[in-house]
Write a protein of this length. Structure first.
Length: 492
């Protein structure tokens, strides 16, 4: 999808114009309505369109206007208009027109927002245009996207173009994350994933891949135990972006990369197991973030580290009852082989803080089903040993429309992972506080570095059916929020 910014008053291709609450037409909409001899006013009167945020109303072949379609899109209460509303509204327009035969739409935002808002409209358009249909060999032409360009009319074109230099790479990062999430596990495995990350060197990233021999030498038996039954070798992939001051401590982002999670010996039920191709959503977010940071030349030193593993059952699989020694030297009793993500993150987190001495660490993982019970699929859970990080992530989540909610940590939850047989167990007792128990487990491997764990099991997969910015099963959740976190607080 090509995004262009054009001068105010431009009409080309299909035309999309905004309205506000009570179907109040914007200045641009009034001008188009007058040219169309009141077609917009009549269409609104004959419909239930109220101008609410995200609403759309399509008018086919209106007389008096050189356009095959006019789309009226709602922005809601004008007093509450913000960039998230504009972004979602632009996405709704693209979703409406994507396969309808039009190739171009002009989004008339002139007079309603500034360059930053216009760029966010471009982001919404790009997010809505994503498709994952590369394996569909019999897709009919009328099901394929026709829309290839969105022209956004705005008063300050130069400001919009300047802002888009920051938001275009974010859109690319989200698409990269989605593409990874959506790939089938026979295509994306730890080895092919590592090779794909190696190719990111062309983006200006420094790439390093650790293999099993190197991880064994480092003592990463927690991670290696998870993948020991897979025919694919486990890897750790490291992506460095050196955009900040020389010698400045980096921000480190860690992602869980289970390319498929069968549950191992503690085998998952068959129903829904196919979705465990998405158990690498945390790693996808980190790869997408590093794509965005390098693409917009972020003025920060950042490192993305992902543990790439496949959890499978066979005669060499890890067993419930095994005790493994992590890179930290701490021992872990394995009571459920389906609680594997935390075992991968344990060694990656320890390696990260020991090797890079970061300013802070943030990990993302599709870690627990319990977080869906707590927060559903609209918010991710955050757990942190640092109030500033938690507060900044909360603000970044709201600013990017990827909201988070902080859940507690503390001594009363630490006892959930105590065992007489090792330093800790890999699951809590029973079903209570499952997400918190997992976070308490991870906390033991951060060595008091400022840290936050983000459980994205509810947000990485499935998508919000009422949000046109999430058109595919793999959402790419986390890229926008983390990019906002970085740009708002760590780029000078």
């Amino acid at each position: 999808m090509k995004i262009e910014f054009v001068t105010a008053g431009t009409n080309a291709g299909a035309i999309a114009v905004p309205a506000f609450d009570k179907a109040s037409l914007s200045a641009a909409a009034k001008a188009v309505d007058a040219a169309a001899s009141g077609a917009l006013t009549r269409a609104i009167a004959a419909s239930r369109f109220k101008g609410g945020a995200g609403e759309t109303l399509e008018i086919i072949a209106p007389a008096g206007v050189d356009a095959g379609r006019i789309v009226i899109f709602g922005l809601g209460d004008k007093a509450k208009l913000n960039e998230n509303v504009i972004e979602k509204a632009a996405a709704a327009v693209v979703a409406k027109l994507l396969t309808g035969g039009e190739t171009t739409v002009t989004l008339r935002l002139d007079g309603e927002t500034d360059g930053e808002g216009a760029a966010r409209a471009g982001l919404g358009a790009r997010l809505a245009a994503y498709r994952f249909d590369q394996y569909r060999t019999k897709l009919s032409d009328d099901k394929k996207p026709s829309l290839t360009k969105v022209a956004i009319a705005v008063d300050d074109v130069d400001a919009a173009k300047s802002a888009w230099k920051n938001w275009g790479p974010v859109a690319e990062g989200v698409d990269v994350a989605r593409e990874l999430l959506n790939q089938p596990p026979n295509i994306l495995n730890p080895e092919t994933y590592a090779k794909q990350i190696e190719g990111m060197a062309k983006l200006g990233l420094e790439i390093e891949i650790l293999d099993e021999a190197q991880m064994l030498e480092l003592g990463m038996h927690s991670l290696l135990g998870v993948g020991q039954a897979s025919e694919f070798e486990s890897h750790i992939a490291i992506m460095r972006w050196n955009g900040g001051k020389a010698g400045e401590k980096p921000l480190v982002f860690v992602g869980k990369g289970l390319t498929f999670d069968s549950g191992g010996i503690s085998l998952k039920p068959g129903a829904g197991m196919d979705e465990m191709k998405g158990d690498m959503g945390g790693s996808a977010a980190v790869v997408g973030l590093m794509t965005a940071l390098s693409g917009r030349k972020a003025k920060v030193n950042a490192i993305g580290i992902v543990g790439l593993v496949e959890n499978m059952p066979d005669g060499n699989a890890q067993r419930p009852g095994d005790i493994v020694t992590s890179m930290s030297g701490q021992t872990i009793e394995i009571l459920n082989t389906d609680a594997e993500g935390r075992l991968v993150l344990a060694d990656v987190l320890w390696y990260a803080q020991q090797t890079f001495d970061p300013k802070l660490m943030i990990d993302l993982a599709t870690l627990t089903g319990a977080v869906l019970i707590a927060l559903g699929n609209t918010r991710a859970a955050i757990f942190s040993n640092d109030d500033t990080i938690a507060e900044r992530l909360f603000a970044a989540g709201n600013a990017s429309d990827e909201p988070v909610w902080r859940l507690p940590l503390g001594p009363d939850y630490e006892k959930h992972i105590e065992t007489k047989n090792a330093d800790m167990r890999n699951v809590g007792e029973g079903r209570l506080a499952g997400s918190i128990s997992a976070a308490e487990f991870l906390k033991r491997f951060v060595n008091d570095k400022p840290w936050c764990h983000i459980d994205i099991a509810g947000t990485a997969m499935g998508g919000m059916k009422d949000d046109p910015r999430q058109p595919s099963w793999g959402t790419g959740w986390g890229v926008r929020m983390l990019d906002r976190f970085v740009r708002d607080h760590y780029e000078g």
